[in-house]
Design a protein around this ligand. Structure first.
Ligand code: AMP
Length: 385
């Protein structure tokens, strides 16, 4: 399969970063903007048609950078073609209810839940799941959108028309959120990054620290044993999921840590924001790994990792001096600025927490107050370990 062109459905930053990674592997990755069925320059820079026959003929592998695909003639045609990768994962995982049903079926622990067919189901959901629920749309919600945290009798913010396409989840009291990003090749080989610890604000990921134990904790043997247990548990869970779906590529598993055990929050069948740290913290980034899996390039045998702090740039102004600081890696997506929108991210990698602290100190004056407070929170966590 190596050298065969890949088509990614979607016009966002994830596909663009896949194309960038593909350059190093000699693989052509183009992108299709599903909003208007126009091909976007990837690594081939060719102007080509976007008829179904042409695309299926030109691309050996067709995948997507997003799970919620539009119901258009071209996209549906591509999904039915033999080039479409991971068909059952794309059929099942985008529906929260179907995803959770699959996890239950294969015995992977996830937040207890119930389908809400009608408003009346709220009562029985509270009875079985608890006084506070997290209600989520079965499709389309992300970054905290399409979600309501409700106490008993306090569900008036949920539009009545949404019932039938909602689930209620138990509100989990977690000690922290972690995610595992890993990949599976066509012949079943797997590779996992160390768990990352993730911090959200208003449902949006603000920063990730990898490895999840925090940087300074690396030398502490008791913590090392705990983290090693958590890591193998997470790998066992994600292997089970990817194997069940016969999945090829990178998948991300977001989890709650509850009393030292993992509970899946949700799965992303693609590269994931909580894996962006790997662009500088690993010798093989998640984008590179995804393209390797899709084009049959072997995984590295013993990838090297370095502790990394990734902070997301949300709704803020671009600062040209971000690109001037040594060892601070800024990725700016060139998107239109809007409040609460992910506009870029910054990676700080170092072999010690002190090195990361130094980079963060240089970056701090170039951030607005909100991002400074996120950075301080992340550093406090790193230094507390
Ligand atoms: P999601 O879009 O499902 O990833 O949710 C965004 C964030 O909301 C998560 O990262 C959690 O911080 C929080 N959250 C989602 N579901 C639950 C839950 N069942 N219990 C507690 N917090 C939740």
């Amino acid at each position: 399969m190596h050298n065969h062109p890949i088509l990614v459905l979607g016009g966002g930053q994830l596909g663009l970063m896949m194309a960038e990674a593909a350059i190093h592997l000699g693989v052509v990755v183009d992108r299709l903007d599903t909003a208007n069925d126009k091909l976007m320059p990837g690594t081939s820079n060719l102007r080509v048609d976007t008829t179904l026959d042409f695309l299926v003929d030109r691309y050996a592998v067709i995948t997507a950078e997003m799970e919620h695909l539009p119901d258009s003639g071209l996209v549906n045609g591509l999904r039915l073609s033999e080039r479409w990768m991971n068909g059952s994962a794309f059929d099942i995982l985008p529906g929260r209810n179907q995803q959770k049903r699959l996890l239950d079926e294969i015995g992977v622990h996830n937040a207890p839940w119930k389908m809400l067919h009608a408003q009346d189901d709220m009562l029985s959901a509270h009875d079985s799941l608890g006084e506070t629920l997290v209600v989520k749309t079965t499709r389309g919600g992300y970054d905290g959108k399409g979600q309501w945290v409700v106490s008993r009798g306090d569900d008036q913010d949920i539009p009545a028309s949404a019932f039938g396409e909602l689930i209620a989840e138990q509100k989990v009291s977690f000690s922290r959120e972690v995610s595992l990003v890993g990949a599976r090749s066509e012949d079943g080989q797997t590779l996992f990054y160390p768990l990352a610890e993730n911090h959200h604000h208003n449902g949006i990921l603000r920063f990730s620290i990898a490895p999840a134990m925090g940087v300074g904790k690396l030398g502490d043997s008791a913590n090392f044993a705990n983290l090693a247990n958590l890591q193998s548990e997470a790998e066992r869970m994600l292997t089970k999921i990817m194997t069940k779906l016969n999945y090829v590529g990178v998948m991300a598993m977001e989890c709650f840590e509850v009393d030292g055990e993992l509970m899946v929050n949700e799965l992303a069948l693609r590269v994931h924001n909580s894996g962006h740290w790997s662009q500088t913290g690993s010798c093989v980034s998640q984008f590179n790994l995804h393209i390797r899996a899709l084009s049959g390039v072997r995984f590295p045998q013993e990838p090297v990792y370095q502790p990394t702090l990734m902070i997301n740039l949300i709704g803020c102004e671009y600062h040209p001096r971000w690109h001037q600081i040594d060892g601070v890696h800024c990725y700016w997506y060139g998107k239109e600025r809007r409040a609460h929108r992910k506009l870029g991210h910054i990676n700080m990698t170092g072999s010690t927490s002190f090195e990361i602290q130094q980079k963060a100190d240089a970056l701090r004056p170039l951030l607005d107050a909100e991002h400074q407070s996120m950075l301080d929170k992340a550093l406090a966590l790193i230094n507390s370990h």
